[in-house]
Design a protein around this ligand. Structure first.
Ligand SMILES: CC(C)(COP(=O)(O)OP(=O)(O)OC[C@H]1O[C@@H](n2cnc3c(N)ncnc32)[C@H](O)[C@@H]1OP(=O)(O)O)[C@@H](O)C(=O)NCCC(=O)NCCS
Length: 199
C-alpha cells in the first residue's frame, strides 16, 4: 500500500475517491447520496492549505482516502473525511491513513487532531436518546451497537471529547473525538519547570 497526496489535477483519482466515499457511507449517512455530492466533497477537500491523502494498492487502485482541515491557526486539524472502500475495510487501511495524516499534521506544527463521527442511524446507544442534562455522563456510558467508527478511533488513540446533541436531527448526535499528535509542550502556557514541559 502507498499513501500520497491527491492532486487537484488528477481527475481520474478524484473520481475514484468519490466512488469510495459513496460506497463507504452508503446506509450510514445521508451526506453523500450520489457521485455528484461525493465529487463536490472531494474537490472541496482539495482547497489549498488542506490535506488530502490517498491510499492505493500496488496496482494503483484507490483503497481509501483521508482529508485534514487546519483550524485554530493550524494548531488543531479536523479529520474530514475518512473513507475506506468496503472491500478493503478491516485490513489496516484506515489506521494507516490516520497515522499518515498524523505525521503530516505533526510536520506542519499541529498539536491536535479532532473529528466528529456522526450517529445518524442509531449505531450507538446514544441514537434516539435524549442525552440532556448530563451530556458527558451519556457520552461516558455510550456503547457501540452496529460498528459505529468511534471504536475504530479509540483503537487509533483518540479519546471521546464531547457530543453535539441533535447534530443530524433529534436523537442523532455527532460524537467528538480528539488525539494529541505532538508531545512537545511549547509556546504560551508552557512551563519547562513542570513535569511534561519541554526537554
Ligand atoms: C471506519 C473506517 C475508516 C475504518 O477503516 P478500516 O480500514 O476498516 O479500519 P482498520 O482495518 O484500520 O481498523 C483498525 C482497528 O479498528 C477496528 N475497527 C475498524 N472499523 C471498526 C468499526 N466500525 N467498529 C469497531 N472497530 C472497528 C479494526 O477491527 C481494527 O482493530 P484491531 O486493531 O483490534 O485489529 C472504515 O471502516 C470506513 O471507511 N467506514 C465507513 C465510513 C466511516 O465510518 N468513516 C469514518 C467517519 S467518522
Amino acid at each position: 500500500m502507498h499513501i500520497d497526496d491527491l492532486r487537484s489535477t488528477d481527475s481520474a483519482t478524484i473520481d475514484r475517491a468519490s466512488v469510495v466515499l459513496v460506497d463507504a457511507f452508503r446506509g450510514i449517512s445521508a451526506a453523500w447520496p450520489d457521485l455528484d455530492a461525493a465529487r463536490a466533497e472531494v474537490v472541496e477537500a482539495l482547497t489549498p492549505g488542506q490535506l488530502v491523502r490517498v491510499a492505493r494498492d500496488d496496482e494503483g487502485a484507490v483503497l481509501g482516502w483521508i482529508g485534514g482541515i487546519p483550524t485554530y491557526d493550524g494548531r488543531v486539524w479536523e479529520v474530514h473525511s475518512l473513507a475506506v472502500a468496503p472491500a478493503h475495510q478491516r485490513r489496516g487501511v484506515g489506521r494507516a491513513l490516520l497515522a499518515d495524516l498524523e505525521d503530516r499534521v505533526r510536520e506542519r506544527g499541529g498539536l491536535t487532531l479532532w473529528l466528529g463521527a456522526d450517529d445518524e442511524v442509531g449505531r450507538t446507544s446514544l441514537g434516539g436518546v435524549d442525552p440532556y442534562p448530563d451530556l458527558l455522563g451519556a457520552l461516558a456510558g455510550m456503547r457501540n451497537i452496529t460498528e459505529h467508527p468511534f471504536e475504530f478511533y479509540l483503537k487509533c488513540g483518540f479519546v471521546l471529547a464531547g457530543i453535539v446533541p441533535d447534530a443530524n436531527g433529534w436523537g442523532r448526535p455527532d460524537i467528538l473525538m480528539a488525539k494529541r499528535v505532538s508531545g512537545a509542550r511549547t509556546g504560551a502556557g508552557a512551563d519547562a519547570s513542570r513535569p511534561g514541559g519541554p526537554v
